[in-house]
Design a protein around this ligand. Structure first.
Ligand code: TMP
Length: 204
């Protein structure tokens, strides 16, 4: 049987990475053979493209094309073989991030993004997407408290993240069966209780 494909999304500073590690353990404890990965990245070439994407300034369409180029490689080398073996895949971001960041944040048209999506993915969509949602002020404060030097995206203004957040929320509203919004302003323990419930749905 084909494995399940789960993705995590949210603006920078939403706390997604904290939950990624916990979800990996929670799924493995249930006996799932899981491939944990991320975008942009997940393959040797994809990680090189990530290095460029997070540091070099570039045309917005170059950025979108490189995101999808890394994704093409990711699907071919890692995601599709894993799902076909029956393994599950948990990816820290996937194409919803392109619609939110390059679409909402930078203003690339939905048509262009949908063309790239159809070209690179065909009909493949995640079985479940967890959208970790926080207001942009909360995300900014968390990034500042973490104290890491910000990458090219994290250096964007708050208005950019407002647009990214709205694009994510819009997608969640359009696809309520696939995208589950998690209120990530709550304490981690409370979020985990909700995540446990959401995971249960995957066995039904
Ligand atoms: P990360 O910090 O969650 O690992 O993601 C790296 C950055 O890449 C993050 O700021 C969001 C951005 N990104 C896009 O702009 N478009 C995409 O398609 C993906 C996958 C990530």
């Amino acid at each position: 049987m084909r494995g399940k494909f789960i993705t995590l999304e949210g603006i920078d500073g939403a706390g997604k990475s904290t939950h990624h590690g916990w979800l990996v353990d929670a799924l493995r404890q249930r006996g799932i053979t899981l491939v944990a990965t991320r975008e942009p990245g997940g393959t040797p070439l994809g990680e090189k493209l990530r290095g460029l994407l997070l540091t070099e300034s570039m045309h917005l369409e170059t950025e979108a094309l490189l995101m999808f180029a890394a994704r093409r490689e990711h699907l071919d080398k890692l995601i599709l073989p894993a799902l076909e073996r029956g393994d599950w895949v948990l990816s820290d971001r996937f194409s919803d991030a392109s619609f939110a960041y390059q679409g909402g944040g930078r203003g690339l048209s939905r048509e262009k993004l949908e063309t790239m999506e159809a070209w690179v993915q065909g009909d493949l969509r995640p079985d479940l997407t967890l959208l970790f949602d926080v207001p942009t002020e909360v995300a900014r404060a968390r990034l500042a408290a973490a104290g890491n030097s910000p990458d090219r995206f994290e250096r964007e203004q708050q208005e950019f993240f407002e647009r990214v957040r709205l694009a994510y929320l819009d997608r969640a509203q359009r696809e309520p069966r696939r995208i589950v919004r998690i209120d990530a302003t709550r304490p981690v323990a409370e979020i985990r209780v909700e995540l446990e419930k959401v995971l249960e749905m995957l066995w039904r």
